[in-house]
Design a protein around this ligand. Structure first.
Ligand SMILES: *[C@@H]1O[C@H](CO)[C@@H](O)[C@H](O)[C@H]1NC(C)=O
Ligand SMILES: *[C@@H]1O[C@H](CO)[C@@H](O)[C@H](O)[C@H]1NC(C)=O
Ligand SMILES: CC(=O)N[C@H]1CO[C@H](CO)[C@@H](O)[C@@H]1O
Length: 392
């Protein structure tokens, strides 16, 4: 009898000793191989309303998640500790809300996502249906992770893989760091941009590995102060500003720093793309690319102000977007195409204040000599340029 009371006593003690700031989805009905949407939502709601820092835990194991919105503001800093794998349904047509993303996190200050876990978008089936590059009326596919209006936050040591669409969409965020964040999808997956970042300020992407089928990082309008450092891209389409120009109200892009990055076998390295015959008149200023290794990259450096894939536009009227204050320094490695660099600037808004220094690129193929293409640009050169750039 007494021993039973002792057991009960210790059981109660164990419950009380449980740190109150941890909200494990298992305590909210979360079970492996079952949909954890309800459990995660309940755990998040309680954690978010706690007045002291809290941690929501998704433990080791594989969990299913059909769709979720985690919304703030929360009363104190909040952590999402993802240790296991959270897997999306393969059939996206059954998502509860067809117009929402897979996981949307909005209006949270002081959020940390960590834990070594995986967000598995399970996109293999969806990619076969994705023709959004060519078809403006394409079926909308959910984005893996959508961060909207998140501030002062860190997302680190987690992986997102095989998204059905963009892996990560960052919108309206301020002071957010992605660190040791991995994106992993096959090179032939469609429209699976690693990170798409727009209308945000002070975003850092550091020590990340991004392997995907579309842009490694794509930068949309309204981006201010983006620092990309020690990021390895490939396969994929490289780090791209744009495409920009189609929306009349697009906002300026300023302060893009890409430093100490490596591109492996990507379709582009660093790229700026703006549409011709398009209404937007925004400015792209302060683009700085430094200490970059190109390993068999198709277009290592490309400013394309005549971006017009699949003949979706007319080339007769130039882009109205001004590119200025750009530096490209210490770029080494190999180009897979003979055109190592393309500066196709706008006729009406030639590129201004461009400084190029210490380029050393070799052509790894056999289709003729290595060249560069220049239009509407008059750069300043520093150090050695190999190949010679914009040679008359
Ligand atoms: C940015 O966010 C980090 C992480 O929450 C925080 O430590 C830092 O103080 C923030 N910086 C500013 C300028 O608010
Ligand atoms: C990046 O910096 C580290 C050390 O700071 C260096 O070892 C590495 O080679 C650099 N990578 C590139 C691509 O410059
Ligand atoms: C909810 C949300 O953020 N949706 C956005 C997802 O990303 C696409 C492409 O950037 C946007 O068009 C959506 O608005």
């Amino acid at each position: 009898m007494a021993s039973r009371f002792i057991v009960l006593f210790f059981a109660l003690l164990a419950v009380n000793a449980h740190p109150p700031e941890t909200f494990d989805i298992r305590n909210y009905g979360g079970k492996p191989d079952a949909n954890i949407a309800k459990a995660l939502s309940s755990a998040w709601k309680e954690a978010c309303s706690a007045t002291t820092p809290s941690t929501v835990v998704v433990p080791k194991g594989t969990f299913k998640l059909d769709q979720i919105k985690l919304v703030g503001p929360c009363k104190a800093p909040i952590k999402l500790q993802v240790q296991g794998t959270v897997k999306a349904p393969s059939d996206y047509t059954n998502l509860p809300n067809k117009n929402a993303e897979w996981i949307t996190i909005s209006y949270v200050d002081h959020l940390t996502i960590q834990g070594g876990g995986v967000f598995d978008g399970n996109g293999k089936k969806a990619w076969t249906k994705n023709d959004c590059g060519k078809n403006p009326k394409c079926a909308k596919l959910p984005i893996n992770l959508s961060f909207n209006f998140i501030t002062n936050s860190i997302i680190r040591d987690v992986t997102t893989k095989d998204s059905k669409n963009f892996h990560v969409n960052v919108l309206g965020c301020k002071n957010v760091t992605f660190q040791r964040f991995t994106v992993s999808a096959p090179g032939d997956s469609i429209n699976t941009d690693g990170l798409h970042i727009a209308k945000s300020e002070y975003i850092n992407v550091r020590d990340c590995v991004i392997k995907t089928g579309d842009d490694c990082i794509s930068i949309g309008d309204g981006m201010k102060q983006l620092h990309i450092e020690k990021v390895t891209c490939g396969p994929g389409h490289g780090i791209s500003v744009g495409s920009l120009g189609k929306g009349k109200t697009e906002e300026d892009v300023t302060g893009i720093y890409v430093k100490n990055c490596t591109f492996i076998g990507t379709q582009n390295g660093i790229r700026v793309k703006t549409w011709p015959s398009a209404p937007a008149t925004l400015k792209i200023t302060d683009l700085h690319y430094e200490d970059i290794i190109m390993d068999n990259v198709e277009n290592p450096i490309i400013i394309d102000q005549e971006y017009c894939p699949w003949n979706q536009c007319k080339l007769d009227s130039p882009s109205l977007i001004q590119v200025s204050r750009m530096t490209v320094k210490n770029i080494k490695g190999t180009t897979k195409t003979p055109v190592a660099m393309t500066f196709a600037c706008s006729k009406t808004k030639p590129c201004k204040n461009v400084e190029i220094g210490d380029i050393d690129l070799a052509y790894s193929g056999t289709k003729g000599p290595i060249t560069t293409k220049c239009a509407n640009i008059n750069p300043t050169f520093v150090g050695k340029q190999n190949p010679p750039i914009c040679a008359a």
